[in-house]
Design a protein around this ligand. Structure first.
Ligand SMILES: Cc1cc2nc3c(=O)[nH]c(=O)nc-3n(C[C@H](O)[C@H](O)[C@H](O)COP(=O)(O)OP(=O)(O)OC[C@H]3O[C@@H](n4cnc5c(N)ncnc54)[C@H](O)[C@@H]3O)c2cc1C
Length: 423
């Protein structure tokens, strides 16, 4: 009986989540569905951070780390080309160097293999966890489609370069169909002459609106009694056993269990609560085309150009590229314009009337793995950030792992690779 009471108490925790991006919302909704009371604090409206503007792809084929062996050789070029797929702002280089050295240290064949193995445990079941999290909502109201994701090879050398990556994907259990140019044209009828082939990751999906997905989760959280506080978190009152209050610009809020899911802005919050983590940001851009006048049936990724093209409910989204420049520097929207230039090479007829440009901060760890972890110092503090290029894909599975940690349940996935103290 005592055990049962303890288990019930464990299931009904009062949990405060800092951050209403896709990761924080998935954590809050999972915990709520498991019986916890949840409160979410964010300085903005739900889903308006980085989760707003991503390429919307549930990338079940992304079982490879961002760092590839030999990447360091490209660093000088990154410094010289501000519009390239991967660039470093010169002024940010001194601050970035420790992170970049760790990033490069994670490109050895052994590390790439270990990271790929860890990624596959969370990436492959990513969409299944969304389906479970949203199974109380009629499917026609869920802005997710599972039509695959096309890795597009504009030329023969891109197709040849992808062979190793595709072999690794298959080895990890990613379902892939290799396509010739004509098969690509069936999926993407408007594509121009530049197409050598593609690989369709059939189990991938996409959000027809990443914002609508966040808003759907937020509305379910509210409908079931969860609360949202619009405030900027500035610090914590910390007692012997952990934080007792969250300080914000709108006053103090008492806390029992606390989840830090503040995306790229999580580093100082995690530090105040027990863990120093090498979190930085890879800034990315998008160009939203409300009337593109081209037909694209599936989302696609063009690795050599570093961006994706996704059909969404309000137009066609070109999104991606990496710019190391920190959290505070102004956007360089010429990078968003470069997305359009590159997309027009593939779709010569692309119409940009009414285009909207956006920049966001990927929360990136140097080993391409998120932090999904209990604090090393405080047993009631949990971390869920650092999802880099994969925060949308990994939102629901992260919620599941965090809920298991909060409720002290055995997890079906080994969370050791995602511990905050792994560095
Ligand atoms: C161009 C681009 C394309 C991408 N494409 C994809 C893709 O196709 N698929 C994919 O899986 N991922 C993609 N990503 C990555 C994905 O968007 C991110 O990993 C994900 O959005 C991170 O979610 P998050 O909830 O951790 O962070 P966010 O969405 O940034 O949410 C964090 C929240 O915390 C709040 N916050 C921060 N600090 C505080 C504070 N002190 N007080 C109160 N609130 C605070 C912020 O206001 C924000 O709402 C892409 C990213 C970019 C930039």
């Amino acid at each position: 009986m005592a055990d049962q009471t303890q288990a019930q108490a464990q299931n009904r925790r009062n949990v405060t989540v800092i951050g209403a991006g896709i990761v924080g919302l998935c954590c809050a909704r999972t915990l709520q569905r498991r019986g916890c009371s949840v409160s979410v604090i964010d300085q903005g409206e739900p889903g308006q951070g980085t989760s707003y503007g991503n390429a919307g792809i549930f990338a079940s084929g992304s079982v490879l780390p961002e760092g590839k062996p030999g990447l360091w050789k490209r660093v000088p070029g990154m410094l010289l080309d501000p519009l390239g797929p991967l660039t470093i702002r010169l002024g940010y280089l001194p601050q970035l160097t420790p992170w970049m050295l760790r990033f490069i240290a994670n490109t050895t064949p052994r590390r790439v293999e270990e990271i790929s193995q860890a990624l596959s445990t969370i990436v492959l079941p990513g969409l299944r966890h969304y389906r479970e999290l949203l199974d109380d909502i009629p499917s026609d109201q869920v802005p997710i489609r599972q039509q695959g994701c096309l890795y597009l090879y504009p030329n023969a050398s891109d197709a040849a370069a992808a062979k190793n990556d595709n072999a690794t994907r298959r080895r990890r259990g990613v379902a892939l169909e290799i396509l010739g140019p004509d098969e690509v044209r069936q999926l993407v009828p408007s594509i121009g002459p530049d197409v050598a082939g593609g690989a369709l990751a059939t189990q991938s999906g996409h959000a027809t609106s990443p914002l609508a997905l966040s808003q759907l989760l937020a509305s379910r959280i509210r409908a079931d009694g969860g609360t949202f506080v619009r405030a900027k978190v500035t610090g914590f009152a910390v007692g012997e056993s952990g934080p007792t209050l969250v300080h914000t610009d709108q006053g103090d809020f008492p806390v029992e269990d606390l989840v830090i899911a503040a995306g790229a802005f999580s580093k100082p919050l995690a530090k105040a609560l027990g863990n120093t983590v090498p979190l930085d940001t890879e800034r990315g851009y998008h160009m939203m085309l409300p009337a593109p006048e081209v037909e694209v049936r599936v989302p696609m990724l063009i690795s050599s150009l570093g961006f994706g093209i996704t059909p969404m409910s309000d137009g066609l989204r070109l999104a991606g590229t990496v710019e190391f420049g920190g959290l505070t520097a102004a956007p360089n929207y010429a990078r968003a314009d470069a997305l359009l230039t590159n997309a027009r090479r593939l779709f010569p007829g692309l119409n940009d009337a009414g285009a909207e440009r956006w920049m966001g901060h990927r929360p990136s760890m140097p080993d391409s793995l998120p932090v999904i972890s209990r604090s090393s110092r405080f047993p009631h503090v949990f971390f869920a950030f650092g999802h880099g290029h994969l925060g949308l894909s990994l939102g629901a599975v992260t919620g599941r792992l965090v809920a298991d940690l909060v409720q002290d349940r055995a997890a079906e996935i080994d969370a050791a690779p995602f511990r905050a103290d792994r560095f």
